[in-house]
Design a protein around this ligand. Structure first.
Ligand SMILES: [Zn+2]
Length: 231
């Protein structure tokens, strides 16, 4: 193993650190985002708002205690760039970094007070192989590093590799995501309050499918946290 300093110097040489949002060169204490873009992130602050917009979107679809997103996903906005970097640019580290930002916000609130453990929405093994990492797990790791709440990364499996579904109708989307997850050990969830983590929520149908699978154990409870949501 290289000492960390040398490793970072090599990284900087081959991959100069640019802000993933504005592409300005980062100064030494900045990571992934320049200070300007970091302070301008369109945070929702909805983790301290009861019956917030995301909770209204998910209400009646499955039962949950709390639901919140870190920031708003706007077309061509900063969160779109960050999510793109996280999902398609082979950059898992930005996931953990963003997870830490989320964890920092949540640890000042009672959103996590009752959470027993964290579960990231899993990827199908084929997609995991293609991407090399699960972006939701990277977020979960960051939240865990900040909050010391344990992550169970293999508690749920994705057994069907469904296609991206932005162009389907709502009913087609639902048919497309039914029974795509499997809980590995249902007993793990008994009498537990689980924080389910995903990267971005648009229709919520994938998240809903995963949540429903976990909630088949009637003695478990769920809260939801996602990095970005459409306003
Ligand atoms: Zn920037």
């Amino acid at each position: 193993m290289f000492p960390k300093k040398i490793f970072n110097a090599l990284l900087d040489l081959f991959f100069p650190n640019l802000c993933v949002v504005c592409e300005k060169k980062l100064v030494e204490e900045e990571n992934f985002l320049c200070l300007d873009c970091l302070t301008k992130l369109p945070k929702t602050n909805n983790w301290i708002v009861k019956n917030n917009k995301l909770e209204q979107t998910l209400a009646g679809r499955f039962s949950f205690e709390h639901a919140a997103s870190f920031a708003y996903f706007v077309k061509n906005g900063s969160m779109q760039r960050i999510i793109h970097e996280l999902k398609y640019k082979n950059n898992p580290r930005i996931g953990e970094y963003m997870g830490r930002l989320c964890g920092k916000e949540l640890s000042h609130t009672d959103f996590l007070s009752d959470i027993d453990f964290i579960v990231p929405v899993p990827l199908h093994s084929k997609r995991l192989k293609m991407r090399g990492y699960n972006q939701s797990l990277e977020l979960a790791k960051g939240i865990s590093a900040q909050t010391k709440i344990h992550v169970f990364e293999n508690a749920v499996q994705r057994i069907v590799n469904n296609k991206t579904q932005t162009k389907n109708s709502r009913i087609e989307r639902w048919n497309n995501v039914e029974n795509i997850f499997r809980v590995v050990d249902p007993n793990l969830f008994t009498n537990k309050h689980v924080l389910l983590i995903d990267d971005v929520i648009t229709t919520g149908s994938t998240l809903e499918s995963c949540a429903r699978e976990i909630l088949k154990n009637h003695r478990s409870r769920l809260s939801i946290f996602v990095l970005a949501s459409v306003d």
